[in-house]
Ligand binder design. Sequence first.
Ligand SMILES: Nc1nc2c(c(=O)[nH]1)N[C@H]1C(S)=C(S)[C@@H](COP(=O)(O)OP(=O)(O)OC[C@H]3O[C@@H](n4cnc5c(=O)[nH]c(N)nc54)[C@H](O)[C@@H]3O)O[C@H]1N2
Ligand SMILES: Nc1nc2c(c(=O)[nH]1)N[C@H]1C(S)=C(S)[C@@H](COP(=O)(O)OP(=O)(O)OC[C@H]3O[C@@H](n4cnc5c(=O)[nH]c(N)nc54)[C@H](O)[C@@H]3O)O[C@H]1N2
Ligand code: SF4
Ligand SMILES: [Mo]
Length: 703
Amino acid sequence: MTEHRTFCRFCHANCAMIATVEEGRVTAVRGDPDDAMYGGYTCIKGRQLADAHNHPTRLTMHQQRQADGSFVGVDSETALSDIAARLRAIVDAHGPHSVAFYCGTYAFQNSAGVGAAHALATGIGTRNFYTSVTLDQPAKVYTVGRLGTWGGGVHSFSDADACIFVGNNPLVSHYAPPGGVPPFSPSRRLRDRLDAGLKLVVIDPRRTEVARLAHIHLQPKPGEDAAILAAIVQVMIAERLIDEAFCQRHVGNLDALREAVAPFTPKVAAARAGVAAGDIVAAARLFGGAKRGAISTGTGPEMAGQGNLVAWLVAAINIIGGRFYREGETSAVPRVFTPGQGPRRAQVEPPVRPWGEGYPASRFRGLTQLGFEMPCNVLADEMLVPGEGQVRALINIGGNPVVAFPNPEKMVRALAGLELLVSVDIRMSQTARRSDYVLAPSMCLEREDITNLSEWWFETPYARYARALVPPPGEVLDEYEMLWELAKRMGVPMPLAGGPCPMDARPTKAEFLDLMSAGCRVAPSVVRADTADGAAITYPDQAAVVEPGADNGVRFDLVPDDLGELLAATLRAPTADYPFRMTSRRSAHVFNSSGHQYAALAKRGTANFAWMHPEDMAALGLADEAAVTIASKAGALPGLVKADADMRRGVISMSHAFGDVGRDAHVAAIGSTTGRLVDETVDYDPITGQSLQSAIPVRVVAA
Ligand SMILES: Nc1nc2c(c(=O)[nH]1)N[C@H]1C(S)=C(S)[C@@H](COP(=O)(O)OP(=O)(O)OC[C@H]3O[C@@H](n4cnc5c(=O)[nH]c(N)nc54)[C@H](O)[C@@H]3O)O[C@H]1N2
Ligand SMILES: Nc1nc2c(c(=O)[nH]1)N[C@H]1C(S)=C(S)[C@@H](COP(=O)(O)OP(=O)(O)OC[C@H]3O[C@@H](n4cnc5c(=O)[nH]c(N)nc54)[C@H](O)[C@@H]3O)O[C@H]1N2
Ligand code: SF4
Ligand SMILES: [Mo]
């Protein structure tokens, strides 16, 4: 028996762990009490890691679909050579865009997953590269850049005096955007900060775990966040709760912002959102009256149809509040492995609009690539609709489009029409079962990884390099190995940040990560060499002190033209005449569609209840766990209701990525897919393509 330091990759938080290995198998994991960042913290999901690695449903052979629909296990050589030959033939016949890649959440959990997939996609030359980012919170990434960004970074949580969390529940999700609670022991971190005097505002239609700790909880009607945020801006400007010196120096058009939000008085916003006007004013005063700390949002408001407005107004609140690190201060989140970070300067970095003209365009809805990825919104249509560039092959890495995308019936039809569907998954998921091939990947404790995902939350230059602790079983391969083997067999290059990936002999993971991260603060192989025992390391000399700003003349553009118009339009928008709004939420014991198979997690339920206020249930004559049909204008799903007095009345709350297409009879065992309530061709954001995934107008009837 041996013990090894490592980190969990069940989710992005990457908790430090000690794994016990006996006879080539992981038999136990526990939090690493000596790790300064995590202090021994783990969650219920991560504690299943040993079970997950050894689980009977775990694939150790690649699966090849037979003519009768059954699967047989095949070795790597057979699977990769056949897949590569078929991809080659499709590209030769139909051009590079006929091959698409989709990177789901587990492509991100492998530190080389998305990088390797993008390198292969670039080598092939396809514009059809998709990731779960555009199902998640794309407006955050793409809208903020349009106002300009502050080189010194936004205030982080650890020294905040006041924070506003909008539709974010980090105590369950272990997720927070910059300024929010880092996901390591989030509950302890938040309580410690509150004890030290932090003032907290939470805006969420449900009284969530984090809302219970807030000084002010606004419990609005879902989908009305833009009005509330506009009113907060209005109060902050009117009551001069802004950083005037900062605004004078760095803001271009404060007056334009004042005008844009003028119609959204606290009274107007309160009426739209169904909250007390006095609470909006109090929230603005509580936040605006402090000096440090940021407002941030989670998935809730981004998915609720106003993603761009919300991301814009949140950025505007941080800007007028001056919630940034200044010259001489230590900037938050130094990020050891992220390439391309220049010096942190006390200046506004010019706005960039990473989409639209000059970016590869989809054939649908006028949407273009955002940065380097095509919005998930168009994937089903790109597969279904004939024409130049129609997608005929999809490589799905660590994702589950059948249950995670809107409009699952359409997704299933689109996947069925492909010439080749390959999934990389540890189990026969809803999407894997519909694939021609399922490639079996190594699981986290069988492979090397760096903390390039979690480092977005490290407030010090902390880094880890995990070793493979046990040999990969059967035929399994690391995702980067599979993708390299496909590139090699197809005869295409894999361009990486540090130059082309060698294609004569397969690089080691450290070599691959070095090339992928070229230009980062400390190369992965250096961290590897510095941490022989797998423990963490901190590089104090890499802490980023904010340097003086250049006089670059750049100021924040507080009101990008199209957003000002969009805000005005929300005032005119009628509210739908459906009695309920369906909202999204996370469940603590699973990660999207992952984890339902593990005994300890399954004990907490494998179906997703439709949570409602008990008085709403009584009004409809529904008992706990009664079967209902939940219907929107686009579709309907079966559900089981459950009472939760913490809900706002008129709101339903359900987790996504449960259920399956064609298996409604099993709803009590597997739940159902909330994506069925949305037609992605109608309800989507015109800039990012994000489909409506929360605040969906619905009715509920007893089944
Ligand atoms: N209605 C609605 N829809 C939503 C959302 C919502 O809130 N509401 N949320 C959206 C969000 S934020 C996201 S990120 C997407 C998620 O979208 P996806 O990423 O497509 O969905 P997941 O369920 O996370 O898929 C993960 C897959 O990886 C597999 N897996 C598990 N472990 C491993 C591993 O070690 N290696 C590999 N290769 N695979 C593994 C799992 O079995 C699973 O099939 O869903 C989006 N869809
Ligand atoms: N245990 C667990 N952890 C996870 C996941 C999981 O499935 N399980 N999924 C992971 C993924 S992919 C992601 S992206 C992150 C997401 O992390 P979070 O964004 O923190 O996700 P949630 O916990 O769903 O919190 C979203 C909150 O938004 C609220 N909300 C819904 N609609 C609205 C609205 O219109 N307005 C406002 N103001 N609030 C609204 C919901 O009630 C909910 O409390 O979590 C990650 N972590
Ligand atoms: S929070 Fe995430 S990384 Fe930490 S133990 Fe849980 S699943 Fe693993
Ligand atoms: Mo996500």
